[in-house]
Write a protein that binds this ligand. Structure first.
Ligand SMILES: Nc1nc2c(c(=O)[nH]1)N[C@@H](CN(C=O)c1ccc(C(=O)N[C@@H](CCC(=O)O)C(=O)O)cc1)CN2
Length: 292
């Protein structure tokens, strides 16, 4: 089989960011600057990089961003107080707390404190519930980004068998739901699934989000399958690698996402998109109030 078509998340992300920038410009003409607050707790180097990239990306398209840096030992109550204050800040349309959080903080409680109207990460119980019901809400950025990649690569989803490897709250679980809503038949698998290759080999679409470097090999993939790699792992030389053994799998797959340059850039792109959506909602609510 010839080499797979590479789905370039960097390029697709740039294209989407261009149209998001146009929406930002329109909002500014109407007196609204979309605002994103990013809360970073502690000094995890990867989290610092992601947060920096989020801020740079906001700046590049005219979104106002505010970084709230809290020390590793901050109390849960102090963090919750910061979120409550941002919930009431009219200049802020999106709030995110960079994950993971230090062990002494209850992540679920923190996420549930973010107002669902500003939950541009799509992680809050209200957002997740609405997503499950197919109601309008902010979709979690990484699975939303994967859906956009499939759309731009013109991959048919309806009637296809999608196998998700991984069951995290922020990627695996919502990923399956979004594919199901597009009429895929979805199978969830995870680290305790016996004989994984026998299941993934049946997949037309594989989404690898298991957090283990090079975990998906040629033994797992049916020729012609679409393979989406959500993994972000570092090898022994600190090189970024995915959950998929790219060199092996690209020879079998019809389409594949690289790491870096695949799903990763889409996560931030969809965050910008959700933030602008939130600002647009505020504007239309203001107009309704003023009867315009
Ligand atoms: N509050 C959140 N926390 C975390 C999320 C999230 O969506 N919201 N996701 C991940 C980390 N993440 C964003 O926060 C993220 C990961 C990777 C990338 C990315 O662009 N990756 C690039 C490579 C970047 C590099 O060189 O390190 C790529 O794959 O090409 C963006 C965002 C966990 N926490």
């Amino acid at each position: 089989m010839s080499n797979a078509m590479i789905i370039n998340g960097k390029e697709i992300g740039q294209e989407i960011r261009k149209s998001v920038a146009e929406e930002v410009a329109k909002l500014k003409e109407q007196g609204i600057t979309p605002g994103l607050a990013v809360i970073l707790v502690g000094d995890n180097p990867a989290s610092q990089t992601y947060v920096r990239n989020k801020q740079k990306s906001c700046e590049a398209i005219g979104i106002y961003s505010e970084l709230i840096k809290l020390p590793e030992e901050v109390s849960e109550e102090e963090l919750l107080a910061q979120i409550r204050s941002l919930n009431h800040n009219d200049n802020i349309h999106g709030i995110l707390v960079q994950l993971p959080l230090p062990g002494h903080i209850n992540e679920d409680k923190v996420i549930a404190t973010i107002s669902p109207e500003k939950d541009v990460d799509g992680f809050s119980p209200v957002s997740v519930g609405k997503m499950m019901l197919g109601q309008e809400t902010y979709l979690p950025c990484t699975p939303y980004g994967v859906m956009k990649l499939l759309e731009y690569a013109q991959i048919d989803i309806a009637g296809k068998h999608a196998v998700i490897v991984g069951r995290s709250h922020i990627v695996g679980k919502p990923m399956g739901q979004l594919l199901l809503q597009k009429d895929a038949t979805v199978t969830y698998t995870h680290s305790k699934t016996p004989d994984l290759p026998s299941i993934t080999k049946q997949a037309d679409i594989i989404v690898a989000a298991v957090g283990r470097p090079n975990f998906i090999t040629k033994e797992h993939v049916k020729p012609g399958a679409v393979v989406i790699d959500v993994g972000i792992n570092r090898d022994e030389n600190n090189k970024l690698i995915g959950d998929v053994n790219f060199a092996e799998v690209e020879q079998l797959a019809s389409h594949i996402t690289p790491v870096p340059g695949g799903v990763g850039p889409m996560t931030i792109t969809m965050l910008l998109y959700n933030t602008v959506q939130s600002a647009q909602k505020t504007l239309s609510q203001d107009k309704k109030h003023k009867n315009m």
